[in-house]
Design a protein around this ligand. Sequence first.
Ligand SMILES: Nc1ncnc2c1ncn2[C@@H]1O[C@H](COP(=O)(O)OP(=O)(O)OP(=O)(O)O)[C@@H](O)[C@H]1O
Ligand SMILES: [Mg+2]
Length: 343
Amino acid sequence: MFRWFRGLFSNDLAIDLGTSNTRIFAKGQSIITNEPTVVAVSRDHTGARKVSAVGRAAKEMVGRTPTGIEAIRPMRNGVIADFESVSAMLRFFIKSASGNRGFSAPRIIICVPGGVTEVEKRAVREAVSTAGAREVFLIEEPMAAAIGANLPITEPSGNMIVDVGGGRTEVAVISLSGTVFSNSVRVGGEKMDEAIIQYVKRRYSLLLGEQTAEEVKKRLGSASPSGQLEEMEIKGRDVVGGVPKSVVLNSDEVREALAETVSLIVEAVRFSLERTPPELAADIVDRGIVLAGGGALLKNLDVLLREETGLPVMVCDDPMCAAVRGSGLALDKLDLLEEIAVA
Ligand SMILES: Nc1ncnc2c1ncn2[C@@H]1O[C@H](COP(=O)(O)OP(=O)(O)OP(=O)(O)O)[C@@H](O)[C@H]1O
Ligand SMILES: [Mg+2]
């Protein structure tokens, strides 16, 4: 009865603290927060920092802040770069996620990239505790994404998941609820945006903002040709004259701009395949590779990986939310959580 009572009023949360986006899944509900990982801070007359906005409201300020306000991306390549801002942002999200649910501080499951250092893990634990958690469990993001993608991770067979996030690409081979091999590279969607900015600067002497570059990537970007040439007018600032100007960019140019970054992702997958034990490799030949993370939405990334590996490749449903969905599922399966939680 007590357990049932507690379960009913439980306010436990699962959080995917990503380089680009932070998402929260509330036990017994679903994803209740999905916001960019951005914090806007201002300084008062004493010089002390004050958070003036987080998430979407803060992202809109990136590149547009007046003096005195700074829009910060507090995560870099999947790890905390600005502890104070991350804690403040989590406190805000946890508070609004908890709302009127439950009376006690929540227990929280949070994803960390595979292969991060002890110091980086400790920073995440501390940030979540500082933000108001009663107890913190860490799980590796590729494991969470595999669960969220409905892969049969508890079975004795090889499952390969590739999570292409904003700051990292993580490849993992999972069997019997454990990671058999994993590889994590600091390449993802944000490197693609930077590559577009560099390309346009070099070719057109035009400076693009981060948000414009991301928009270009989503609208025109691809990993391999789709046979249809698309165009888009983009606006920025002329490097030489310093005045606003616009140029028309086409999808072939954007693919060229992204080629190097995309090849690093392909390389990370190949590297992992080469190091997968033979029995599990045979399973992957049958089951294929599953893509998750926002970068999986890059047009034809699956097609390119299929061509380059000769294996079946599919993008899971709603790939950007796979990791938080998987962590959310673990909230209800304590025996599974015990097996997959990292120390
Ligand atoms: N349609 C699309 N085409 C290409 N890229 C996309 C698309 N939609 C989203 N993205 C990119 O996906 C990235 C965000 O993915 P996601 O939310 O999975 O990252 P994250 O979890 O915050 O980062 P990480 O896991 O690396 O810490 C961004 O770079 C975004 O621009
Ligand atoms: Mg992620």
